[in-house]
Design a protein around this ligand. Sequence first.
Ligand code: GRG
Length: 296
Amino acid sequence: MTPEAEWMAVARILVEKWIQADLDRPNPMAERIIEAMRYSVLAGGKRLRPLLVLAAGDYLRVPLESLRLPALALEYIHTYSLIHDDLPAMDNDDLRRGKPTNHKVFGEALAILAGDGLLNEAFLKLSELGVDSEFSSGNVLRALRGLARASGAEGLIAGQTLDLASEHQELSLAGLQTVHGRKTGALFQAACQMPAWLTGNMDAADRLHRFGWHFGLAFQIVDDILNVVGDAAIMGKSTGTDSNLSKATYPRLVGVEASWMMARGHVQSAEEALGPDLDNAQRLLSLLRQAVNRVA
Ligand code: GRG
């Protein structure tokens, strides 16, 4: 195992431990809502966004343990978006992370609330850094603002809105990139920038913004390819769903081979975005390679 792969395995275990511990709490007000939130967060998942927070932290020499709360925040926002995306009013999916989707188990109303609960929980977690941490409250505010923007109506939610509007419609490659830059890229960018915001390192925030953009696009192109050629059993979610909805995807627009080439182009641009000094970037780069070479 390479040192990077070893680091990733340890970091992933740590993230799992943080999530388990954080959600293992009673909610006398409403047990069922915590159960529904816990169900989707603990259903599995690659934990890429929290790992990106930690790898970007490593790049900037921010200790792993100081990034527990932002790592949780990113995974909670991501999981909320998956729960809502799977709802009948959106993508209407039955399977997510290898398990029945949240609304299949808890019903639509509770699934909506579980998503809402996780979204609020994410900002609660991040704001706790402003109470007691080594980060200044000004920088914590910077991080809160950055995450709100990335997950809001100009970021993730814009991407989802454009994506829903594009079903059964012709979309250009540039249009597709706009959708994915928001729907997938915005959260990856926020994950990468988080340690830079928290330490007020705006030069690095700029570099990591560009890295996250290319990371997101490379990841999404591979996601589109896997939706065509992937194995639903390995992926733990339905495949072929994009063509069922006649959705614009990279393979539909340019074919599978050209899609791979585009993904590889974004990998190279992501690496270039970090500049010539890659001494501390090996963990970030290893996550990038893993995201593109994945089968699920
Ligand atoms: C409802 C506001 C709102 C947004 C939904 C997440 C999402 C946006 C849509 C899901 C469909 C999709 C293809 C989104 C692109 C992002 C993406 C590839 C999500 C899946 O991320 P992974 O593979 O999932 O990291 P795991 O389960 O491994 O965490």
